[in-house]
Each structure stands twice: as structure tokens, then as C-alpha cells.
Design a protein. Structure first.
Lengths: 163, 171
């Protein structure tokens, strides 16, 4: 991966990102705003499943907020790719925080997909408060914790990179 | 505190000399950890505020009463804000003399203040008549203006907050 990082760093796309000093903070800002979309949407759905909020159905809450999870993830992907191209040695050249983050992110994407299709297929399971309520609570807390750990791993990228 | 602290500069170096500040500064894990909690909290603040702002603008959750949405969302916004402010303060005291006088931080604080004044004005003036437009698809013009100012301020707060990290390099 070291060679890949060096090759990417020499491309004109990478040099372009490196040249504009305001581009990296701007991209990171959009990246953080995208995290705000995802984390807040996850929080809103979580509060509804935990029945802290109850004025809408779970299906309605999912329809309202799951699309924002995908919008946020797409924005994170786009800004993230440019940030990697701009500073490849910081991430893909063996930074453990980066790889942990990608692994957790894959789990988070899978979790969102499973939840989305589960609500579509069996909304009654989710709407029924008495059905497997403990399991649902555990899943909600685990999923929110997963996203918090993605933020942690993301922040650690800047402390664990060698180059 | 005492007579020794005669100026703001002395106060700042006193803050920086606290054992807690020293610990955050010197420990290898404390600062990144506080930073991560700060980001988790601030993304919840900005995201939940956006939920309300987009409702006022008539762009999302338009079928829900404004009062119901506010009652459900805003307590969490405040909780997250307290956590973000707490973590922000811990970061501040760890490098007080560097942060104090940092322009990015000053602009961020000014935008926070503007967001606060905007919110207060909205609460005291516009929100008082909420019963008349609670179920409308969008708020009245003053509510829309307040929502637009709020969204802009918070995006600015995130940008200048991130900018601080680029103007002060960790040692």
C-alpha cells in the first residue's frame, strides 16, 4: 500500500488538492456535516425504536430519516475519496485507524441495509413494542455505538499516520 | 483565583497551568478522545437543529406539527450542546494561550453568539404565535428567515471549528 500511496500522491489530482490550502478544511467540513446527517438520523430512528419518541410510526420515521443516512454516506464517500487522493500517505499507507474505520463503516452500511429491508418486509415486527423489545434496544445501542466508534477511528487517523 | 490574576492573559496562562489542562496536553489519548466526543456531540447538535430548521422552511417533516417536532428533538439538541461545550472547554484549556486570540476560534464564537441571538429572537417573537401555523407545511417568513440564518450559522461554526485545527498545529 505504501507504493500505491506514493503513486497517488504524485498524480495531478493529488497535487491539485495539495495546492489549495483551503480545500482540505472545506472537504473535512462537508465530511463532518455529512456525519451530522447520518448520526442525527440514526439518533432519531433510535429514539423512535426505543419509544422515547412515539408520535409517528417506525415506518414513517424510517422513511423520513433513512434516505438522509444514504445522502450522508454518499457525501462522506465523495469527500473522503478526495481527501485520500489529496493525502494518500495519511490513510491508505498502513494507517491502522483508517483500516479500522473502513471495517466499521462496512458494518454500519450493512446494518443500515438490513434495517431498511427489514422495516419494508416486516413493519409489524418493528411497530409492535412488545415483540423482542430487549433485542431491539440492544441493536439500537450497538448501532449508535458503532457510529460513535467510526467517528473515533476517523479522528485517530490524524494521530496515527506516519507521513 | 486571586489578586495574582490581574489581566486576561494571566487568567489564560493560569487556566493552561491547571493539572487537568496539563493532563489533556501531555497524555497521548486524552486530546483525541475529547475531540472525538466533541465531534459526536456537535454533529448531533447540528443535525437535530437542521431537522427543525428544514421543517420551518417547509422542506422536510412537513406533515408534522412544529410544536410536536420541537418537543421531541430539541431536548436532545441541548443535551448534545452541553457535551460539545464541555469537550470544547477541555480542548480550550489544554492550549489556552494558543487558542486565545486565534481568529478562526473568534469567528466561530461570533457565529455561535449569532446563532444564539437568532434562536432567542425566534423563541420570544415568532414562536409565540406558533399555534396559528403549527400544522402549516412551512413556517411564516420570519420563521423561514430564522431557520435560514440558523443553518448558515451552524455550517459556519463547523467550518471555522475545523479551521482552528489548521491554524494551530499540535506540538
Amino acid at each position: 500500500m505504501q507504493q500505491v500511496a506514493e503513486w497517488v500522491a504524485a498524480t495531478s489530482a493529488s497535487l491539485w488538492v495539495q495546492e489549495y490550502f483551503w480545500l482540505v478544511p472545506l472537504l473535512q467540513t462537508i465530511h463532518i456535516l455529512a456525519v451530522a446527517m447520518v448520526l442525527s438520523s440514526v439518533a432519531m430512528i433510535s429514539l423512535r425504536i426505543l419509544r422515547v419518541a412515539r408520535s409517528t410510526t417506525i415506518t414513517q420515521t424510517a422513511q423520513r430519516f433513512v434516505p438522509w443516512i444514504w445522502t450522508g454516506l454518499s457525501l462522506q464517500l465523495m469527500t473522503g475519496v478526495v481527501l485520500i487522493v489529496g493525502e494518500p500517505k495519511r490513510t491508505i499507507a498502513g494507517n491502522p485507524a483508517f483500516y479500522v474505520k473502513m471495517l466499521l463503516l462496512a458494518l454500519a452500511v450493512a446494518g443500515a441495509l438490513v434495517f431498511q429491508s427489514s422495516v419494508r418486509r416486516d413493519s409489524a415486527f418493528w411497530e409492535n413494542a412488545t415483540k423482542r423489545s430487549k433485542l431491539k434496544s440492544v441493536l439500537v445501542f450497538a448501532y449508535f455505538a458503532l457510529w460513535c466508534n467510526i467517528v473515533f477511528a476517523g479522528r485517530w487517523i490524524s494521530y496515527l499516520h506516519g507521513g | 483565583l486571586g489578586p495574582k490574576l490581574q489581566s486576561i492573559t494571566e487568567f489564560m496562562s493560569w487556566l493552561e497551568s491547571l493539572r487537568l489542562s496539563l493532563f489533556i496536553r501531555e497524555s497521548w489519548w486524552a486530546f483525541p478522545t475529547v475531540e472525538a466526543f466533541h465531534i459526536i456531540a456537535l454533529t448531533l447538535v447540528v443535525g437535530t437543529i437542521a431537522v427543525v430548521d428544514l421543517r420551518l422552511l417547509g422542506l422536510a417533516s412537513t406533515n408534522r406539527p412544529v410544536t410536536e417536532l420541537c418537543a421531541e428533538v430539541l431536548p436532545w439538541t441541548w443535551g448534545a450542546f452541553v457535551l460539545a461545550a464541555f469537550c470544547g472547554s477541555l480542548m480550550f484549556i489544554s492550549h489556552t494561550t494558543a487558542y486565545y486570540g486565534n481568529h478562526a476560534l473568534q469567528i466561530k464564537m461570533a457565529l455561535l453568539l449569532l446563532a444564539g441571538v437568532n434562536m432567542l429572537t425566534f423563541q420570544i417573537v415568532t414562536y409565540r404565535g406558533v399555534k396559528q401555523w403549527d400544522r402549516d407545511a412551512a413556517g411564516p417568513p420570519p420563521a423561514k428567515i430564522a431557520a435560514a440564518i440558523s443553518l448558515s450559522c451552524w455550517i459556519g461554526v463547523v467550518f471555522f471549528g475545523r479551521w482552528i485545527g489548521f491554524t494551530i498545529l499540535p506540538e
